[in-house]
Structures are given as C-alpha cells and as structure tokens.
Design a protein around this ligand. Structure first.
Ligand code: UD1
Ligand code: CA
Length: 489
C-alpha cells in the first residue's frame, strides 16, 4: 500500500451528538480501548499528514484535553457554532490558509474505519487524478445516511441527505461514508458556495461534491471493500454494535495468529492489547489498555487485566489486575486483586483472596492465601503464611516492608512497616512483627498461651460445651485404661 503524503487530515468532531444523550462529547465515548475519535486518528496515522486538524465545538475543552493527552500531534480547531459539516470543514481549512494539495476529511464518529480502507481511498483518488473522491459503501440498511446519486455512466453526481431525498433517491443503497479526499483549493472554492437550503438549515459538506461536478471537475466515488468500515455511531445502541464489531475483529486476528479464545462471545480485548501464540483465553476475560499476554499463558476464566503484562506460561485465574507485571510461569488466583506496582517474578505465586499493591514478589516466592501485601519487597524462594497483612499505613503515610530470600513467615502475621525480615528468617504464627528480624532468626511476637483448667465446668456449667468437655474427659480416662490393657498383651 503506497500513497503520496496527504497534506492534511481534517477530522470533523464538533457535532453535539444529541442522540447519545450524554454529558460526554460523542466522539469521546470509548470502545475497544480508544475513544471513537482515537480510532479515527489511528486509522489516518499512516498517512503521516503534515497537519492533523480536529474540528471541536460541543464539549470543546474536554475534546481538546483528550487530544493533548492521547494525540498531541493533532491540533484542535474551534467551530464556534455548529452550522454543519461543510461549515466545519471550511473552519478547518481557514486555520491553514497556505495549505495546498490533497486533504482527507473524515467524520469523527466512524470508529470502524481501517487504515487500509483510507489508504485505498487515497490511492484511488491519486490514480484517477481526481479533484474530489468520496468513500462510499453498499449497505442493506441505508436509513439515515446520505445517498450517492450516480449518472447512467456510473459517474457520481451528488450526495443527497436522506431527509432531503426523493423516494427514488431513498431507494439507493450506496451511501456516503463521510470520508473524502479533495484538493484544498477546490474544497475552499466549493465550500465558499455551499448554502444551507436544506431540511436542517445547515451547510453540508456533502454539497461540495455536486458543486464540483457542476464545475466540470473530476469527481469520483470509491466503494469501500468492506461496508462495515463506514458505519458511523450516533446513539448507544450503535455504540454497542460497533464495540462488538471491533471486538470480533480483534479476536479474529488473535485466533488467526494462534491464540485460543474459548468463548468469543464473553471475551473482550482492546485493539491496543497484544497476545502471543498458544496463549489461551478462557470465558469471561477482558484485556484492556496496554495489556500484553505472552505465549503459553492462560488467562481466565473471569479475569480483567488492565495495563498488565503476563509472562510466558503464567496462569491468571479469576483475577482483577491493574498495572501489574506478572512474570513467566507465575500463578495468580483464583480470586486475586493485583493493583498498580505489583511485580511478580518468575515462578512466583499470588493465590486465593490475596491483594497486592506496589509489591515485588521475588522468583519462586509464594503468597498463597488470604493476605494483603502493600508496599513490600519479598526476595526469592520465600513463603508468606496465610492471612498475613503488610501493615503499610499509619493513617498518614505509607511505609515499606522488606522480606528477604528463603524466609518462612508464619500464618496470621502482621508486618508493621517499616520493618525488615532478614534472609532465611522465620516468624511464628500469629506474630505482630514491629521490629526487624535478623537473617536466620526466629521471631515470636505473640502472648504465651495459658490454659485455665476446668474453667468451663466452673463458669459455664450445664452448657453443651461443659457436657462435651466432661464426656471427653471420661473418654480420655477410658482410653487410657484400654491402652493399658492392650499394651500388656
Ligand atoms: C453525515 C453525512 C452523511 C453520511 C454520514 C455518514 C453530512 C451532511 N452528512 O451524516 O451523508 O452518510 O455522515 O456517517 O455530512 N460536525 C461538525 N460540525 C457541525 C456538524 C457536524 O464538526 O456543525 C461533525 C460531526 O461531529 C460528525 C460529522 O461532522 O463527526 C458528521 O455529522 P453528523 O451530524 O454525524 O452527520 P450525519 O447525519 O451522520
Ligand atoms: Ca454521524
């Protein structure tokens, strides 16, 4: 795919998006890991245009902030009043008065557009030597879209919006995709003459086509290879449908590359995620953001991974992970919550009902059950007893706990940070560890046990407990006799 540089890309994104019924500007609604606008910008990226202008209007501050954060190369251009897509295009071109050559204009609400489709349009435009080329699609359900009116010889004549169309024009199934390549000078000339004598009283970008045809300019209509690409997104039902389509595309590509997806219907993978061959995604998995899953790893069932890296051969079962690094052959879950700053080295284990945050777990170390590990470093080959809490917060500040390598800490420990447990040290079950433990030492930090004999009989007489205790004492006495008899045989 080769195409000469397009001089500029103009994304039309100023519209209200009334049909979304949302406080969020329409083009910022997310799907598949990007905003609608983000998908459009990704599709035009390979054009490497010198200027990328985004026309903003409704919710302009929010859209401009989003651009600054996600596409700093794109420049917002404000359309003060939303007088139509033609007016929006004119405002954009006025912002680059010296610009010449081909300009790509694209609606900001077309999240399924692919870079290949845009590339093909630009190539067709260039090959035909057109002044304007519009991307079109043959669809079964053209309702609401602009229709492409062609002459007998097949040449495009006009685009007619549905609300302005005759019955005969409404029967046309070739529609305007809302993507155009046009010569800057010709666009400026035509946009100057676009009126607003239509049902909405707006200046339509689509009218440019008819005006240029009337001038005798070379104008073309290029059909998209896949009509799905051109589907816009105007309300929440279309948003759900577009999200599903994007997801299907991502999963198809993953399966083609050797990933097993057990249940595509309940597996959701952002376009920004990478998954290696022979990885296996069980039902109910969501992979989001910059998440990567290496070869041979198994994720799921029922796991959500956000900005998380999973190493080769790791297993992540029923887990919620955000900003975590899961090393090769690590085992996570079932039922684990890994929060940002979690780093699990090769062969480590974070087991059932364990939460971690800003925590490094060394190679082969295990936190198997019912624990909170916050602000901690654990060396290699250590084992953390069940129901351990890394007490990291004094109510004002967070403090760090360091556990060495090959340590064995007892069940139900509290590590009151800041505290350090040396290499090869042990701690007793039920300890509240407030002081450092030297390497190889055994720390016991709990009250010594005291048994008050006969307390239940005296203080809880007649209860089930008292009766059970009495019976046990009697049985113990009998057992002692029996054992004595057997022992003499
Ligand atoms: C538009 C096309 C229609 C095409 C369809 C494809 C026009 C007149 N019609 O219809 O032929 O089939 O897209 O999806 O263009 N915008 C602005 N400023 C404005 C008005 C709109 O920036 O003043 C932007 C919108 O944010 C949107 C785009 O222009 O991204 C198209 O506007 P929209 O109202 O969605 O047009 P459609 O009715 O979908
Ligand atoms: Ca639209």
């Amino acid at each position: 795919m080769t195409h000469p540089n397009v001089a500029a890309v103009v994304v039309l994104a100023a519209g209200q998006g009334t049909r979304m019924k949302s406080a969020l500007p329409k083009v910022l609604h997310p799907l598949g890991g990007r905003s609608m606008l983000g998908h459009v910008l990704a599709a035009v990226e390979p054009l490497a245009a010198r200027h990328t202008l985004v026309v903003v209007g409704a919710g302009r501050e929010t859209v401009a902030e989003h651009l600054a954060a996600t596409a700093p190369g794109a420049r917002p251009v404000v359309q003060e009043e939303q007088n139509g897509s033609g007016h929006a295009a004119a405002v954009a071109l006025a912002a680059v008065p010296d610009l010449e050559g081909p300009v790509l204009l694209v609606n900001g609400d077309a999240p399924l557009l692919r870079r290949e489709t845009i590339g093909a349009l630009v190539d067709a435009h260039t090959a035909a030597g057109n002044v304007l080329t519009v991307l079109t699609a043959e669809v079964d359900e053209p309702t609401g879209l602009g229709r492409i009116v062609r002459a007998e010889d097949g040449g495009v004549l006009a685009i007619v919006e549905e609300r302005d169309a005759t019955d005969a024009q409404r029967a046309i199934r070739e529609v305007n995709a809302g993507v155009y390549v046009g010569d800057a000078a010709a666009l400026r000339r035509a946009l100057d003459r676009v009126g607003a004598a239509n049902d909405q009283g707006e200046q339509y970008l689509t009218d440019v086509l008819g005006l240029l045809v009337a001038e005798g300019a070379r104008v073309g209509g290029e059909r998209a290879a896949d009509p799905v690409d051109v589907l816009g997104c105007n309300d929440r039902r279309e948003l759900a449908a577009r999200r599903r389509t994007l997801n299907d595309r991502v999963l198809d590509e993953l399966m083609r590359s050797g990933v097993t997806v057990v249940d595509p219907a309940t597996t959701w993978v952002d376009v920004t995620v990478t998954v290696g061959p022979d990885a296996l995604l069980e039902p109910g998995v969501q992979l989001q953001g910059t998440t990567s899953v290496a070869s041979g790893a198994v994720v799921g069932p029922d796991s959500t991974l956000v900005d998380t890296a999973v190493g080769e051969g790791a297993s992540v079962v029923r887990a919620h992970c955000v900003g975590a690094e899961i090393g090769p052959d690590v085992s996570v879950g079932p039922f684990a919550y890994l929060r940002p700053g979690t780093r699990l080295h090769a062969g480590a284990k974070v087991g059932t009902f364990v939460e971690t945050k800003n925590a490094e777990v060394g190679a082969g170390s295990k936190v198997p059950h019912l624990s909170y590990v916050g602000d901690a470093t654990i060396g290699e080959g250590s084992n953390i007893g069940a129901a351990t809490v890394f007490v990291n917060y004094d109510g004002v500040h967070k403090h760090h706990t360091t556990i060495g390598s090959h340590a064995r800490t007892g069940a139900d420990n509290m590590f009151v940070a800041p505290v350090t447990i040396g290499d090869g040290a042990y701690t007793a079950a039920g300890s509240v560890i407030t002081s450092d433990v030297p390497p190889g030492a055994m720390a016991v930090a709990r009250a010594t046990q005291r048994n008050v004999a006969g307390w239940v009989a005296r203080r809880r007489p007649g209860t089930a407990a008292a009766k059970a205790a009495e019976a046990a004492r009697g049985a113990a006495a009998g057992t002692a006799t029996d054992t004595g008899t057997r022992g003499s045989e």
